[in-house]
Design a binder for this molecule. Structure first.
Ligand code: FAD
Length: 400
């Protein structure tokens, strides 16, 4: 049997970040994932085609994990967040709100990074930090005792740990083993994700265009091969998303360009497209005896506002602070006070953010004209009133 301080179950971006961040603080960490790692070359089948807009608080966590340097080179700064409402009878901008990072200080809101680059950069420091990654080695059985936890893994090994971190995604086995329930609801919506090139520069602005069905978002990427580039997250009713995804290339680009309002000139798709069903989910708790849940094991939200992984890194930062304090004081890192403090601090904040993103997504989906008008008026108020705009920016950045 192997013994460790922390067993991280789940080697997605959140689990890898947890391993690197906690091992950087001196903890002995093992990661176990049920699947072999996906490719980190976007051209390969099975690679994650998404990008992540990491906001400044998340970047601080990635720095502490020793992973930011590896991401920075391929990252594009986000200086402006623009929301446009095109929800009228004519497909044209009716209202706009613009959020400029200059109103918050001198730094950009954050940086947009390819998920493949993020994975590569998170994997890089693990060997030097002594983190062992076991994959494929899914969680088979978890025994939670007062003094430690025992995990039987799919590769036949057993790990004894002071603390088990469940970063094993929306269908978390750690969550089930700890007896924590979760509530899930669906919107009948899917996200189409792909990269585009365009003749006009994005100027570091991320633009979210609202019509019914959900927002269409252009997120800046670094220039490549002499072209300006952006990633697109296009939310639509599921049937419409399926229809669009099945269109021949030329017809798809026509639909895409009608939806993008010609903001950056004619968009051309680069590479493959991926479809993600959109759900919302929240677990009843984030901690149990010897267990801390984080990331999608706790919260799954619509990509609107780019909050998901940023929230996961906020979970991690809170937990890392409590573990470091316990270690410094010679207390048990998987003990009751560490876990109850984490639950008390993170759960209410998580619940509020899940509710906020849920409300935004429902407003974005609105079909009825009076609701669309209400959405436009809300946007107008936020766009024109500086205090409201600054509050919205602070909330969006995950600041208290
Ligand atoms: C279209 C789209 C765009 C997004 N854009 C952004 C953005 O801009 N900013 C942002 O912050 N967030 C964004 N998100 C959210 C973000 O992508 C997710 O939060 C993140 O990918 C989830 O990572 P995770 O590690 O929590 O879960 P996962 O990636 O699901 O990882 C879970 C891991 O656990 C493993 N696992 C599962 N069960 C077991 C088991 N029993 N034993 C061992 N291992 C197990 C799985 O194999 C997997 O590797 C976006 C999401 C979508 C859909």
């Amino acid at each position: 049997m192997d013994s460790t301080d922390i067993l991280v179950v789940g080697g997605g971006l959140a689990g890898l970040a947890a391993a690197a961040r906690l091992a950087s603080d001196g903890a002995r960490v093992i990661v176990a994932d049920k699947a072999a790692p996906p490719p980190v070359d976007v051209a390969q089948d099975g690679a994650d085609l998404r990008t992540t807009a990491f906001l400044q608080p998340a970047i601080d966590t990635l720095r502490k994990a020793g992973a930011w340097e590896g991401m920075a080179e391929g990252a594009e700064a986000l200086w402006t967040m623009r929301i446009l409402d095109a929800g009228g009878r004519v497909n044209a901008v009716r209202e706009r709100a613009e959020f400029d990072s200059g109103e918050m200080g001198e730094r950009p809101f954050g940086f947009n990074v390819r998920n493949t680059d993020a994975r590569r950069a998170l994997e890089a420091p693990l060997r030097d930090l002594g983190v062992e990654v076991r994959a494929p080695a899914g969680l088979e059985r978890l025994t939670l005792r007062d003094d430690c936890a025992f995990a039987l893994l799919g590769d036949g090994s057993t790990v004894r740990a002071q603390l088990v971190i469940g970063a094993d995604g929306r269908d978390s086995g750690v969550r089930d083993a700890a007896g924590i329930a979760a509530r899930r609801w669906r919107y009948g919506q899917k996200a189409l994700v792909f990269a585009v090139r365009h003749p006009r520069p994005h100027g570091g602005a991320s633009t979210e265009i609202h019509r019914s069905g959900g927002p269409f978002t252009l997120v800046p990427m670094p220039d490549a091969d002499g072209w300006h580039m952006s990633s697109v997250v296009w939310l639509e009713r599921a049937a419409e998303a399926d229809r669009l995804a099945a269109l021949p290339a030329e017809a798809f680009e026509d639909a895409l360009n009608a939806r993008s309002l010609d903001l950056l000139g004619r968009l051309e798709v680069v590479g493959r497209k991926a479809l993600y069903p959109i759900i919302c989910q929240i677990s009843d708790r984030m901690a149990a005896r010897r267990v801390a849940l984080m990331a999608e094991a706790v919260h799954v939200i619509s990509p609107i506002g780019a909050q998901g992984l940023n929230m996961s890194l906020a979970d991690l930062e809170d937990l890392a602070g409590r573990i470091a304090a316990a270690r410094a004081q010679g207390r048990d890192i998987g003990g009751r006070d560490v876990l109850s403090g984490y639950q008390r601090r993170r759960w209410p904040e998580t619940a509020a953010r899940v509710a906020g993103v849920d409300a935004l997504n429902r407003a974005a989906l609105a079909e009825a004209q009076p609701l669309r008008d209400l959405r436009r008026l809300g946007l107008a108020a936020v766009g024109r009133l500086a205090p409201l705009r600054r509050t919205a920016m602070r909330i969006g950045m995950g600041m208290r």
